[in-house]
Design a protein around this ligand. Structure first.
Ligand code: MN
Length: 259
């Protein structure tokens, strides 16, 4: 831990290091690893130093890789394997990647153990819920009566449905709002909320759209929508999610760095 810690001046000038969970995909004829640039841009804009951690690291190296970081962003992507919450696959379950699931669960466990701040986005809120013992809707359109279209064919940054947030919740404080329109690019969502998580935001159809840690626990916020896609909008309330994550990471890094 001491070897991985930045000096106080480095944290202050360069910003804290924020792990961003990556993907493994084939494109342009090659197998590649990376992550949507919007996550990286959002962390940069908030003053953090983003480090992409590829799922190729595997669960066994997750904690070692995270050791270099002061915060964790769990990103969007594949469906979470329903076997991880004791269900078989529903007919309209999408692509799953068990290796990525296990890698990110190991990242999350290490982050919780070290009490570093965690921001979960889309698949990230789902993975956190499953890691803590909750369950998911495997496919909203075929499993749940939704009055809201959670996967409209729209540009990724298009705000398409409303979210109401509990007044005074951490998410309300970070957004500076108790009601906002959000983008929505998901067909899975939280079904049974995990013990230890507090739901703080809901779509108009009652679907959970944000969760957070309870009082006295380390910084944890997760949202079902895609705040990273708002990186180009200086007035977007979502900026508060990333800036607060980076602030929490700085505080923690400074508290643990050698004087
Ligand atoms: Mn939604």
């Amino acid at each position: 831990m001491i070897g991985a810690a930045l000096g106080r001046d480095e944290v202050a000038t360069a910003g804290p290091r924020v792990a961003v969970s990556g993907v493994l995909r084939g494109w342009e004829g090659a197998e590649r690893t990376g992550v949507n640039a919007s996550y990286v841009r959002s962390v940069l804009r908030a003053g953090g130093v983003p480090l992409i951690l590829p799922p190729l690291l595997g669960a066994t190296r997750a904690a070692a890789a995270l050791e270099a970081c002061d915060a964790l962003v769990l990103t969007g992507g594949e469906d979470v394997d329903p076997g991880l919450y004791g269900e078989g696959p529903a007919p309209l379950l999408g692509t799953v990647d068990r290796e990525r699931d296990l890698f990110e669960m190991a990242l999350f466990a290490a982050a919780q153990q070290r009490e570093i701040p965690v921001l979960g986005i889309c698949r990230g809120i789902q993975l956190i819920n499953v890691a803590l013992g909750g369950t998911l809707w495997q496919d909203l359109p075929s499993q749940r009566q939704c009055l809201v279209d959670h996967e409209p064919r729209a540009p990724r940054e298009r705000r398409t449905h409303r979210v109401d947030v509990t007044p005074g919740s951490r998410v309300a404080q970070l957004l500076g709002a108790e009601r906002l329109e959000v983008n929505s690019i998901h067909h899975q969502a939280i079904k049974d909320l995990a013990p230890g998580l507090v739901a703080s935001g809901w779509a108009e159809d009652g679907l959970v759209e944000s969760v957070e840690s309870g009082a006295g626990r380390s910084w944890l916020v997760a949202v079902q929508w895609h705040p990273e896609e708002m990186h180009a909008d200086a007035a977007a309330p979502e900026r508060g999610l990333f800036s607060s994550l980076v602030d929490a990471a700085s505080e923690r890094a400074l508290a643990h760095s050698p004087r």
